[in-house]
Design a protein around this ligand. Structure first.
Ligand SMILES: [Fe+2]
Length: 269
């Protein structure tokens, strides 16, 4: 397989609280076009198989099953202004630089009502991501891929390290009578610079289609994250996004959609 070499920037573990990350490694040709997609269209989609190749090129996917199983232990989101009880989540904040990612003290998640008319303008405290998952090699590798994808899609000179990063573990449940809304606020921006949404698992659900909208709120694409590691990368300053509700395929069995969402914002904003 032919590969594209990436600049080595030497990652070293500088402090126990830092995750050692690096942009050194190799990106498969099949994945390298993603940065061009993000640059040209404001978003890019990587099928799970391509994403896995990119992750192996930039880090480890060790103990993936342990990471994935942590979605079985999320707390109920009690801040749903629509009264919904179908969303479970954990949250963590990080500081990402060119070579490292360091977890920040636990803090509330805050979105302006400009970006989230449903649940904005309040500090929402969610249960923290467990340490073993915030430090997990799989997560570290996703950070590496995001760093590569987003800095490749924009001039590195504009990187403005460090970035404020947030990690969300989400489970949207489809109840017997009630559909689950992956994005209850509808079409939206997250209010950051960059967003990565990775499908962790879909269990007994239908729909949950991701839709991308341009600056004029015109729909420009629709696709469904169906396979583990299917990932969408967004330039949040250029496009809006939304996900259609999910419902159960087999009514008698539980149904849910698990995603990992990472957002990135330059600290100077
Ligand atoms: Fe979002």
């Amino acid at each position: 397989m032919s590969i594209v070499a990436i600049a080595t920037q030497g990652a070293e573990l500088q402090h126990p609280s830092l995750l050692a990350t690096s942009t050194s490694g190799t990106i498969p040709d099949a994945f390298s076009g993603i940065s061009n997609d993000i640059k040209q269209a404001g978003y890019g989609f990587a099928a799970g198989a391509r994403m896995a190749e990119a992750m192996r090129g930039l880090g480890s996917m060790a103990e993936r099953e342990r990471f994935v199983s942590s979605w079985d232990d999320l707390g109920l989101d009690r801040f749903m202004a629509d009264g919904g009880r179908y969303r479970r989540r954990r949250f963590a904040a990080f500081e990402m630089s060119a070579n490292t990612v360091a977890r920040k003290p636990h803090q509330p998640h805050y979105q302006s009502r400009d970006y989230n008319p449903l649940n904005g303008d309040i500090e929402r405290w969610f249960e923290p991501v467990l340490d073993e998952n915030a430090d997990h090699p799989f997560l570290r590798t996703v950070f590496n891929v995001c760093r590569w994808a987003f800095t490749s899609a924009a001039p590195v000179a504009d990187a403005g390290w460090p970035w404020h990063a947030e990690m969300h573990q989400f489970r949207i449940e489809a109840m017997t009578e009630v559909v689950g809304h992956p994005t209850p606020e509808g079409m939206h921006r997250d209010g950051v610079d960059w967003v990565c949404v990775m499908l962790i698992k879909r269990e007994n659900v239908q729909s949950g289609t991701t839709e991308i909208f341009d600056d004029s709120s015109e729909s420009v694409n629709r696709f469904t994250l169906t396979e583990p590691l299917d990932t969408v990368f967004l330039n949040d300053t250029r496009v809006r996004h939304g996900v259609t509700p999910i419902s159960r395929l087999a009514p008698e069995r539980e149904g849910y959609r698990d995603v990992l969402v990472l957002t990135f914002r330059r600290n100077d904003e």
